[in-house]
Write a protein that binds this ligand. Structure first.
Ligand SMILES: NC(=O)c1ccc[n+]([C@@H]2O[C@H](COP(=O)([O-])OP(=O)(O)OC[C@H]3O[C@@H](n4cnc5c(N)ncnc54)[C@H](OP(=O)(O)O)[C@@H]3O)[C@@H](O)[C@H]2O)c1
Length: 239
């Protein structure tokens, strides 16, 4: 069976990806800042008889990424799934559209969102590209957001989150072009507005539904669909 690597696997959509891929028989390399602190991840791991492998990883720690990649040398990774993401402390779930307004920028948080949302997927992809190239499926995907769409922005605000995820999209577009010669498929994905800590309890899309859809989208990615922006229901989004 294929192998998926999921970052930010301790809660939210990351945890749901681990649950669904493991239930489907995949080998799952699940990373989280503190895997020991996620009781749900621990329970899933115990039930999966060795098919879920847990690794502590803070994705902004480039030294830790290099050490992690060295440990994984020679292990094929069919789907490298960059799930970790942050909106900082001024979130939609907490403050609605009042979060991250003009005149209220928190530059340290903005910098951190860039490091988590944009630079970490780049660094981890560079570190693990040989693992992906050695696999059967050869896919690198990342959870972006429709809020990264510049053409689709009709509400304003969310400067840090929008710009860091738009940077992620730009990075993945270049990566899709650069890695095409190695037959590696790369795509940003929008999970819908999903009921997690980030999305808030009132969000309309259940994590189970979002992840089931995203897994279908990932399974259906072809070289022709690489470098394009996909929503969890299969719809293509504009940049
Ligand atoms: N929910 C939505 O409506 C929605 C919509 C569009 C896009 N997205 C994107 O979907 C992805 C998952 O979101 P979610 O809703 O599941 O959010 P969430 O519940 O807030 O979970 C965020 C995940 O990212 C991890 N993370 C944050 N900073 C990290 C770091 N420095 N190193 C490693 N992991 C880190 C968190 O780990 P800890 O537990 O250690 O904090 C957690 O596992 C994110 O990229 C998000 O931007 C979500």
């Amino acid at each position: 069976m294929p192998t998926v690597l999921v970052t930010g696997a301790g809660r939210g959509l990351g945890l749901e990806f681990v649950r669904q891929y493991a239930a489907d028989g995949w080998t799952v390399i699940a990373t989280a800042r503190a895997p020991d602190k996620s009781a749900e991840l621990q329970t899933l791991c115990k039930a999966a008889s060795g098919r879920i492998k847990l690794h502590p990883l803070d994705v902004v720690d480039h030294g830790a990424i290099e050490a992690f990649a060295a440990r994984l040398a020679g292990v094929p990774i069919d789907v490298l799934l960059h799930n970790s993401g942050t909106m900082g402390s001024h979130t939609f779930a907490g403050q609605g559209m009042k979060a991250q307004r003009f005149g209220e920028s928190h530059y340290e948080e903005w910098d951190y969102q860039f490091r988590v949302n944009a630079l970490a997927p780049m660094k981890l992809s560079e570190a693990l590209v040989e693992n992906v190239a050695a696999s059967g499926e050869r896919k690198i995907v990342a959870l972006s957001t429709i809020m990264a769409s510049i053409g689709g922005n009709s509400l304003g605000g969310f400067y840090a989150y929008r710009s860091s995820k738009a940077a992620l999209n730009a990075i993945l577009k270049s990566m899709a072009l650069d890695l095409a010669r190695r037959a590696i498929i790369v795509a940003p994905l929008h999970p819908g507005w999903a009921a997690t800590d980030m999305g808030g309890a009132g969000a309309p899309v259940r994590p189970q539904h979002s992840v089931a859809g995203l897994r279908q989208v990932i399974a259906g990615l072809t070289r022709e669909k690489s470098g394009r922006f996909w929503q969890f229901d299969g719809k293509e989004l504009g940049w």
